[in-house]
Design a protein around this ligand. Structure first.
Ligand SMILES: *[C@@H]1O[C@H](CO)[C@@H](O)[C@H](O)[C@H]1NC(C)=O
Ligand SMILES: *[C@@H]1O[C@H](CO)[C@@H](O)[C@H](O)[C@H]1NC(C)=O
Ligand SMILES: *[C@@H]1O[C@H](CO)[C@@H](O)[C@H](O)[C@H]1NC(C)=O
Ligand SMILES: *[C@@H]1O[C@H](CO)[C@@H](O)[C@H](O)[C@H]1NC(C)=O
Length: 213
């Protein structure tokens, strides 16, 4: 009996050790869950990703920041317009291979809506560039750098994306609604759709400032 208890304790200690280290990692795999107090860290420790909220707001976002930045200034947000509302927040790779976040309301928000997984052989990785990627059978099917917030990092692109496909769209940087609300507005920075040698800062739909190349 004592031996069994000793063994259970050992097993328990081992599991705890394993759990507390399991997300000092850069990758989330099928069935794994990132809890509210856990983060993913890119392989060289440059960027960190987790579901957090500002003290000033009860909304929670899946965010990326420089790991060594003590102020945790957010450089990228996955769910800008779809915040989570309670502390029971999770990020996981669902049974169907898609990345989802959820809270107590149980509505799962799919992050890679624009490129749904076709199999559950997927994993999500935060790279040392700050890019969150969803890999399906060794192919990147979705990347956070295709959906910018207000910060431009090396490797990001502004202007037309997916040229020559039916998913052509314009990529902008957009200012936050407030320091605690990443809803995109009222200012944005992007390529002028007519004069493609020029970038504009837009205020809603009005060009506010023109920046030539
Ligand atoms: C995260 O929170 C859970 C539940 O509150 C706790 O059991 C776990 O030890 C915490 N993990 C870390 C890494 O702090
Ligand atoms: C944080 O890391 C970046 C890149 O690795 C480096 O350039 C920067 O100086 C570091 N900042 C601090 C405050 O350590
Ligand atoms: C992954 O997909 C396969 C085939 O559809 C299915 O049999 C398996 O149960 C799925 N795995 C999980 C963990 O949901
Ligand atoms: C396009 O923008 C560039 C840079 O601002 C400017 O020099 C050029 O005159 C513009 N061309 C047209 C046709 O407006």
């Amino acid at each position: 009996m004592n031996t069994l208890r000793g063994f259970s304790l050992l097993l328990y200690a081992f599991c705890c050790l394993f759990l507390s280290y399991s997300f000092a990692l850069n990758t989330l795999k099928l069935g794994e869950v990132l809890q509210s107090n856990e983060t993913l860290v890119s392989s060289n420790g440059v960027f960190e990703l987790g579901v957090f909220s500002f003290k000033e707001s009860s909304y929670k976002y899946l965010e990326v920041w420089f790991k060594n930045d003590t102020s945790k200034k957010v450089v990228w947000v996955a769910n800008k317009e779809k915040p989570l509302v309670d502390s029971y927040r999770k990020f996981k790779i669902r049974h169907d291979g898609n990345m989802v976040i959820s809270d107590r309301r149980r509505t799962q928000i799919i992050l890679n809506n624009e490129a749904l997984a076709e199999s559950n052989e997927t994993r999500a990785t935060i790279l040392d560039s700050g890019n969150l990627i969803l890999i399906q059978r060794e192919k990147i099917i979705w990347q956070g750098f295709d959906y910018l917030t207000d910060t431009f990092l090396p490797g990001m692109k502004l202007g037309w994306l997916n040229l020559g496909t039916n998913q052509l769209r314009m990529q902008f940087l957009a200012s936050w609604l407030s320091p605690f609300d990443p809803n995109p507005r009222p200012f944005s920075l992007g390529l002028d759709p007519v004069n493609r040698t020029q970038f504009n800062v837009w205020q809603k739909d009005r060009a506010f400032q023109q920046i030539g190349l």
